[in-house]
Every structure is written in structure tokens, then in C-alpha cells.
Design a binder for this molecule. Structure first.
Ligand SMILES: CCCCCC/C=C\CC(=O)SCCNC(=O)CCNC(=O)[C@H](O)C(C)(C)COP(=O)(O)OP(=O)(O)OC[C@H]1O[C@@H](n2cnc3c(N)ncnc32)[C@H](O)[C@@H]1OP(=O)(O)O
Length: 277
């Protein structure tokens, strides 16, 4: 019944999304004065809608505003999904205005997380495809559960879309040119073991990932802030400045790509298959 309605109407009245409207979408806690935990909490799969990405940005800024806090752990409230990436319904027959706004929020999310003065530790206890992998790669350190069925990577081509140039750059920076070239073309999703081999993640753990993530956060938080942030700026500054300068060009590219009829059909088919499973 719901599937007969336009995507916009579905977003407006879906009971699940209605209950999401009442949620905070993210939860912040402080296990110690120097450490914050930002928990993604948008059932069923922590997908990144416009509102979700705006909320994450607002939360990072809130955490940053306390000068005592040095490290932030990014985790999920879902026991088997870190984040399913962008909310695909945002790209399914959208209005141009909403789509452009959505993309500006995704850019801001990347820029905020990638450039924060905080040390950021991704606690990846579950699947982390596409935009989920973007969130993880934007952090300073990635710890993933060793559970073999979990997958992480950039699978955009499988949806008939391409990663934007800055996400491609981030992927190349993280895992190297050749691996990124193959991974992007095939839309490859890696097992945790494969992800560790190519350094997409830094560490695998069997125990609850959050326990190790909090230990690593302690270590990162003990490094004096000035030097740590200066080295982060040296390494990340160029990529941040580049996107800052090209934001509107990138919005135009995204809009034109997504609004193409062939791409819309591909997204529609992908969504139908997801729901059929
Ligand atoms: C110009 C192009 C620019 C491109 C921008 C590039 C950057 C990023 C691109 C993206 O992030 S696109 C999103 C890519 N993500 C995926 O392909 C993941 C799809 N999801 C899954 O594979 C699975 O859902 C899962 C994460 C492995 C979890 O599996 P599980 O069996 O636990 O849950 P499901 O039954 O599959 O899903 C539950 C429910 O959620 C809906 N859903 C899943 N993922 C998304 C999503 N990304 N966006 C919106 N909705 C999603 C799914 O359809 C189910 O809905 P219902 O059937 O219950 O209504």
C-alpha cells in the first residue's frame, strides 16, 4: 500500500519514520571528561537522511564546544549495522531543492567529521557500506568487529551511481590507488579480514568493539592537543580546502547525475530488491 505512494509521501507518513521524527537520531554520552561517545540511532539501519546528517553535525559541534573533550567514539545503537549509508529514498524521485539540500548536508557532514579537532574513533560493530564507510573513513582510527559476515566498502556502482570525487580521494588516501580503483569499479564490499589487509580498518576485535574503542580513545586523548591537531590539519587540510572551494560544482554534478532517468530507474530497482529481501 505504502509503495504506491510517491517517495515524498512515503517519507511523510511512514509509521517507522514518524517514530524516527520523535527520536533524537543520535545519543551523546561522556564515559569520562575527555571522551564523548556519539551513538547513531536511526532505525532500522542508521541510513543518512538530510535530518540525520544535520543532527550528526550538530552533535559533533556540541561535543567540540567543550574544550576538555579530546576524543569522540562514533558507534551505532544497532547491534549489527554501523550505518547502511545514504538514505536511498532521498535519491528516489526527489525534488531538486530537497536533493541539493540533502547533498549540501552530506558534504557538511564529511567536512565536519574529517576536520574536527577531536580524535575520532569509529567503533564499527556491523555492516558499513557506502556512506557508512564514508563515516568510518572520516574518522582518525577504525576498529571493526571480526564477525566474517559483516561488510564494509564503497558499493555505489552496484546502485548505478558513482562516488563523488572527494569520496574517491578519501578512499585512495586510505587504501591506495590500485585497490581503490578496483574496489570502486566493482563496488566491492570487503569482509573485516579483507578490510584489515588493505588497511581500510586499523584493527579487528572479537570482544565488544566499543570496549576496545574506548581504550583507543583514551590513548588518543592523552596526546597533547596542539601538536596532534596541527598534524591532522597538515594531512587533511588540502582535501578539506579543495571541497570547500568546489562545493557548489559538486552539488551540480550530484543533482544532474541523480536526476537522470536511467539513474532513477536503477535506484528504484535497487530499493525494490532491498525491500523484497
Ligand atoms: C552521483 C552519485 C553520488 C553518490 C553518493 C555516494 C555516497 C554514498 C552512496 C550511498 O551511501 S548509497 C546507500 C548504499 N547502501 C547500501 O547499498 C546498503 C543497502 N542496505 C543493505 O545492504 C542492508 O539493508 C544491510 C545494511 C546489510 C542490512 O541488512 P538487513 O537484512 O539487516 O536489513 P534490510 O532488511 O536489508 O533493511 C531494513 C530496511 O531498511 C531499508 N534500507 C536498507 N538500507 C537502506 C538505505 N541505505 N537507505 C534507505 N533504506 C534502506 C530496507 O529497504 C528495509 O526497508 P523495509 O523493507 O523494511 O521497508
Amino acid at each position: 500500500m505504502l509503495s504506491r505512494l510517491s517517495p515524498l509521501a512515503q517519507r511523510t507518513i511512514s509509521p517507522r519514520l514518524l517514530s524516527n521524527a520523535q527520536r533524537t537520531l543520535v545519543n551523546i554520552s561522556y564515559p569520562s571528561p575527555k571522551i564523548a561517545v556519539l551513538e547513531l540511532d536511526r532505525p532500522p539501519v542508521n541510513s543518512l537522511s538530510l535530518e540525520m546528517s544535520a543532527k550528526i553535525v550538530e552533535s559533533i559541534k556540541e561535543i567540540e564546544s567543550n574544550p576538555e573533550v579530546q576524543a569522540m567514539v562514533l558507534k551505532s545503537s544497532n547491534p549489527k549495522i554501523f550505518s547502511a549509508g545514504l538514505d536511498i529514498t532521498e535519491m528516489n524521485r526527489p525534488t531538486v531543492a530537497r536533493l541539493e539540500d540533502f547533498w549540501r548536508n552530506i558534504q557538511t557532514l564529511f567536512l565536519t567529521l574529517y576536520s574536527t579537532r577531536l580524535s575520532t574513533i569509529a567503533s564499527i560493530d556491523g555492516h558499513s557500506p557506502a556512506g557508512g564507510c564514508l563515516l568510518a573513513m572520516s574518522c582518525d582510527y577504525r576498529i571493526m568487529s571480526a564477525t566474517p559476515s559483516y561488510k564494509i566498502g564503497l558499493n555505489e556502482t552496484k546502485l548505478g551511481i558513482a562516488a563523488p570525487y572527494w569520496l574517491k580521494d578519501l578512499f585512495v588516501t586510505t587504501i591506495g590507488y590500485r585497490e581503490a580503483e578496483v574496489g570502486l569499479a566493482l563496488g566491492k564490499l570487503y569482509s573485516p579480514k579483507e578490510a584489515l589487509e588493505i588497511k581500510l580498518v586499523d584493527e579487528l576485535v572479537d570482544s565488544p568493539v566499543i570496549d576496545v574503542a574506548l581504550k583507543r580513545a583514551d590513548e588518543w586523548a592523552s596526546i597533547p592537543e596542539k601538536g596532534r591537531v596541527a598534524s591532522k590539519v597538515m594531512l587533511r587540510g588540502a582535501m578539506i580546502q579543495d571541497l570547500e572551494e568546489k562545493r557548489e560544482m559538486d552539488v551540480g554534478w550530484f543533482r544532474d547525475f541523480i536526476m537522470e532517468e536511467g539513474v532513477q530507474k536503477g535506484i528504484e530497482g535497487y530499493l525494490k530488491n532491498l525491500s523484497k529481501k
